[in-house]
Design a protein around this ligand. Structure first.
Ligand code: NCD
Length: 308
């Protein structure tokens, strides 16, 4: 048995990622070919933290592969409320399902689960740490709409401190050629030093940190907007002060090149005005659809590896 988990975006090599994204594109082109690919298999979704998109995206992916889903979407309805540990829960779930996706407010919880699990564990977001399947979604979106994953200038805007999607995306993109970042955030929400040092500097990836959005827009190939992560703030006043710092409007889109894509992991709060949705460069709803294909490819790949 050659079982693998997906806890960090770096768990797959660039070659393996390429294969996965090719499979996702084939699924997009020929969905019927895969409709029974996971017949008889069960996916457990263990969500200890709120989620609509990610959980339903996993469920939709498994159902489109002909498999079944079970799980919980609220830790208060699970044995965690009785004090069960993640290690015990995963040993139980290993008897009920063939693969599982876990979201947890504590950084590292899916790693602990993977150590005790006899089924593949997919990290569906752990605290402010990582969100590798959102990264797969982002990579598929960029590759499909831009045609490449190298030679890109990516602006990351908003809550770069707590935004786990940003942390995961940076980790994944530094492995491609000629990537540079513009980090757009208020000082209080800037990218953690450990990512600047251990990921950006360590890979000699150029980046600049700015507070203003408009002035950096003309040079961007991708603008990745994020929500200020209210649930990770200690202080509501700070959240209120920072939450509307960046709002992408139709007027501001005039600063962007004609091919710049706007991405957002969603949910959106105020940071992209709804009038931007009709702009052909707004790609965040397409991103949601790519998320289902890439999760289908991931479930299929991890199940095949576990059986080989
Ligand atoms: C993201 C998350 O959960 O980190 N959402 C998602 O999975 N699509 C982004 C967010 O909540 O802001």
């Amino acid at each position: 048995m050659n079982m693998r988990h997906l806890i960090s975006p770096l768990d797959f090599s660039v070659e393996e990622l390429d294969k996965l994204l090719n499979l996702a594109s084939d699924i997009e082109a020929n969905p019927a070919k895969y409709k029974d690919a996971c017949k008889g298999k069960k996916l457990a979704t263990l969500f200890y933290e709120p989620s609509t998109r990610t959980r339903l995206s996993f469920e939709s992916a498994m159902l489109s592969l002909g498999g079944n889903v079970l799980g919980f979407s609220d830790a208060s309805n699970s044995s965690a409320a009785k004090g069960e540990s993640v290690s015990d829960t995963i040993r139980i779930i290993s008897c009920y399902a063939d693969i599982c996706a876990m979201r947890h407010p504590k950084e590292g919880a899916p790693t602990v689960a993977a150590m005790k699990s006899s089924i593949p564990v997919i990290n569906a977001g752990d605290g402010g740490h990582q969100h590798p399947t959102q990264t797969l979604t982002d990579l598929m979106t960029i590759r499909s709409l831009k045609g490449r994953l190298n030679n890109l200038t990516i602006g990351l805007c908003g809550d770069l401190k707590f935004g786990r999607t940003v942390h995961s995306l940076i980790n994944a993109l530094v492995r491609y050629e000629n990537i540079s970042f513009v980090l757009i955030s208020p000082k209080e929400l800037s990218l953690p030093d450990y990512i600047k040092q251990d990921v950006l500097d360590a890979n000699n990836v150029p980046y600049e940190e700015v507070e203003q959005l408009e002035s950096s827009m003309p040079k961007l190939d991708i603008l990745y907007m994020t929500r200020v992560q209210r649930e990770r703030f200690f202080n509501e006043d700070d959240y209120v002060r920072l939450k509307d710092r960046y709002i992408l409007t139709k007027e501001k889109m005039n600063y962007a090149g004609k091919d710049m894509l706007v991405l957002h992991p969603l949910p959106r709060v105020n940071e992209i005005s709804v009038e931007v949705d009709d702009d052909p460069r707004a790609s965040y709803f397409k991103q949601v659809q790519f998320g289902v294909y890439v999760r289908m490819a991931l479930i299929l790949t991890l199940l095949e590896m576990a059986e080989s």
